[in-house]
Design a protein around this ligand. Structure first.
Ligand code: ACO
Length: 327
């Protein structure tokens, strides 16, 4: 008997050139490098240039993922783009990326689950591939999160950055002895009762403006570790593994303290945790694929490794995805 398994064939990432350091922020808001590092682990973030949009970052990451998969856009059947910072209210930024990549076949859509967007997108693409809606998918997380910031609000403006990451997924038919490969299990969760703990205070149908990020930081922090552990443990249980079998933990990069707390509660040692938050800050839906890209490029993640992705963000939304790496 065969089943469909989804493999990650390629990864790519893109960071805008401009680096904004904590020291620079010290000059514009009442904060210090030491405070930011101590509370969040963030030392710097990348910021998209004027005229550089989410679709541009997404396209660069997608091109790199296609190259690493040794494929061209002609091989792709659909695109899912996770973003909270679309170029335009409509059409979907995924359609703009489709155009920039020179693709007019298949379909493309945006997925909005804030910081959990990439994990939601990978689980959604996996389902579509298993249901036969295509054979290969491009899944992207891309954000110009700094454009949602109130640069006078020191409690939020120090936390975010811009960037994009992408993966190429391919469905393969696996015989029973090969079932332990590719995406093994995913869990998605949301609980809208928490919507106002982390949100943007504007929108199309309310204010007609984009708004700015507003957050009850302590409340987010209070819920984050428990929610992450819940889905990570659930996914391990679904796939029949325990945390000590994990080779790599690739968490959403919001805050070093959340990452450390989650790693500890899940039971995974710090040397197996991929951390980029110090250099990237919180890039929302782009953080997990960018961290994944780094760890694959530098040779940490290799074929045969058991890799756990997880994220938690506004909504609240949260989710996790377990992959037996086989490129
Ligand atoms: N620089 C200096 N002081 C600051 C800053 C800053 N940038 N921001 C806040 N402060 C001050 C506060 O005003 C407060 O001062 P007060 O005591 O005089 O009122 C003091 O620092 C402590 O503020 P808290 O909010 O209690 O600080 P806390 O230790 O909770 O740290 C933080 C704040 C880092 C936001 C923390 O709550 C946190 O990590 N929360 C998780 C939220 C998060 O990471 N969000 C990212 C997006 S969500 C996601 O992706 C999951």
């Amino acid at each position: 008997m065969t089943i469909t398994r989804t493999l990650v064939r390629g990864v790519g990432g893109y960071l805008p050139e401009r680096v904004l350091t904590n020291q620079e922020l010290e000059k514009t808001v009442d904060t210090t490098h030491e405070w930011i590092v101590q509370r969040t682990g963030i030392e710097q973030r990348h910021v998209a240039a004027e005229g550089e949009f989410t679709s541009d970052l997404a396209t660069r990451a997608a091109e790199r993922a296609l190259k690493s998969a040794n494929m061209t856009i002609a091989d792709i059947d659909f695109i899912i783009l996770a973003t909270t910072t679309p170029d335009l209210t409509f059409p979907a930024t995924a359609a703009l990326v489709q155009n920039k990549l020179g693709m007019s076949h298949g379909f493309a859509f945006d997925l909005q689950a804030v910081c959990s967007g990439f994990v939601y997108a990978i689980a959604t693409a996996d389902s579509h591939l298993k249901n036969g809606m295509g054979k290969r998918a491009l899944v992207i997380g891309a954000e110009t999160a700094t454009r949602l910031l109130d640069w006078e609000d020191r409690t939020t403006c120090v936390l975010f950055g811009d960037g994009a990451g992408a993966v190429v997924l391919e469905a393969v038919e696996a015989d029973e002895e090969d079932w332990d490969q590719g995406i093994l299990a995913s869990r998605l969760r949301s609980d809208g009762t928490h919507w106002n703990k982390l949100y943007c205070d504007g929108g199309v149908s309310t204010t007609g403006t984009t708004g700015h990020v507003r957050m009850e930081g302590k409340e987010v922090f209070r819920h984050a570790v428990g929610m992450i552990t819940d889905v990570v443990d659930g996914v391990l249980e679904d796939a029949g593994f325990s945390s000590d079998q994990l080779d790599w933990f690739v968490p959403h990069q919001a805050n070093r303290r959340i990452i450390d707390g989650a790693g500890k509660k899940v039971g995974i040692p710090p040397e197996k945790v991929v951390v980029t938050v110090n250099r990237h800050a919180n890039t929302s839906a782009a953080s997990v694929p960018m961290a994944l890209n780094e760890a694959v490029l530098d040779g940490r993640i290799k074929d045969g490794d058991l890799v756990m992705l997880e994220a938690m963000g506004g909504g609240f939304t949260w989710g996790a995805c377990l992959i037996r790496w086989k490129s």
